[in-house]
Design a binder for this molecule. Structure first.
Ligand code: PMP
Length: 362
């Protein structure tokens, strides 16, 4: 791969690992468009978060607490645990990096799904590791496929559950079977960024397994249902020994005051959470049916988005929708060049999307 940051004979020698890093491809964002490209909460930040930010502003000239203990305690209580199990990060993106930094050595292998969030691959490579992918026939997260990818140099597995961008999930019984079969040296990172949108009773929940297995980290974020994507804050739940390591690695003031204050507020704002969840789940159902009526075959989804196979190359289809005023995510960089990922928006935005899809078909 020609990577311009790694040309030889230009003075500074950058690390070899950088040769394999790909730039992150973010969902499009442009003023004046309906944005269904980044799986955000379309209802915006709850009033409780705005008020907390306004209160925190007067102290913004001071460093935030280096150990956000109050927030950690509240998160811990939310999961019936103690603060010793919680690491707070600058988005779950940063936590993925911290986790990889604490596990990976050169030439270790890390396992990721064939079609999933690209940051897993990045952090494996950043520390000199090798990415091993497991196949996802029909978009399924199959525990046997994960197990088949394990070698004697495997030290980490990243699983998004539900998965971005397919919306598929691993069942509780399957995750239990996987954890029983994996050697305990392998850390399983269960990225539950979309767990709040799950309504399938048999979907695995990492926190239920934390007490039985030391080799799990569960990641949650305030970017999705809690609507704080722009503030960058998320957290990891893991056994105290791992949590202590993560907290040593993270930079001392990684979560700013405004993000900490807003996270505390939304965590205790059950009303906003329930309202957003109810509407998004109802809209997801309505959109699935409407898309099928239009002749599409959307994948079943447990996230706040729908993965849609399209006949035309995804980039081209996304351009057509953009011409109709709607931004969606072509999934070429996820290895799915004929699929789009469409976030669930407000009801009116979803209507606009359906109208745009209809227009592209006529
Ligand atoms: N994990 C998954 C599966 C995601 O889809 C995303 C965001 N798109 C993240 C993590 C990153 O979330 P955060 O905003 O907390 O960094």
């Amino acid at each position: 791969m020609d990577n311009p940051i790694h040309r030889k004979n230009q003075g500074i020698m950058l690390r070899d690992a950088l040769r394999t890093l790909e730039p992150y491809v973010a969902g499009q964002s442009e003023l004046g468009y309906i944005k269904l490209s980044a799986n955000e909460n379309p209802f915006g930040m709850p009033r409780s978060a705005r008020r907390a930010i306004e209160r925190a502003l007067k102290d913004a000239y001071r460093y935030p607490p280096s150990d956000p203990h109050l927030l950690r305690q509240n998160i811990a209580a939310h999961h019936q645990r103690s603060a010793k199990w919680i690491t707070v990060g600058n988005g779950s993106d940063e936590l993925l990096n911290i986790i990889a930094a604490s596990i990976m050595e050169r030439d270790y292998e890390g396992i990721v799904a064939a079609h999933t969030f690209s940051v897993y691959r990045q952090v494996i490579r950043l520390y000199g590791g090798k990415v091993v992918t497991f196949p996802m026939p029909e978009g399924a997260l199959d525990w046997r496929a994960v197990l088949a990818a394990v070698g004697h140099r495997t030290h980490i597995v990243f699983l998004a559950n539900p998965n971005n961008p397919t919306g598929s999930y691993m069942r509780s019984a399957e995750l239990t079977a996987l954890l029983r079969a994996l050697p305990p040296r392998i850390l399983v990172v269960l990225d539950e960024a979309y767990a709040d949108f799950v309504d399938a009773a048999d979907c695995a929940r990492g926190e239920e397994l934390l007490s039985q297995h030391e080799n799990i980290v569960v990641l949650r974020t305030f970017s999705k249902i809690y609507a704080l994507a722009g503030l960058r804050i998320g957290y990891a739940l893991a056994a105290p020994r791992l949590t202590e390591a993560f907290n040593r690695i993270r930079s001392p003031f990684n979560c700013n005051r405004l993000a900490q204050a807003a996270a505390l507020a939304v965590l205790n704002d059950k009303g906003s959470y329930q309202r957003a969840r109810a509407i998004i789940l109802a809209e997801r159902q309505r959109m699935q049916e409407a898309l099928r009526r239009l002749g599409f075959s959307p994948l079943p989804s447990q996230g706040n988005f729908i993965c849609l196979p399209v006949e035309v190359p995804a980039e081209k289809y996304a351009q057509r929708l953009k011409a109709q005023g709607v931004l969606v995510r072509p999934l070429t960089s996820f290895g799915l060049p004929h699929h789009l990922r469409i976030s669930i928006g407000r009801p009116r935005e979803n209507w606009r999307l359906l109208r745009a899809l209809r227009a592209t078909r006529s």
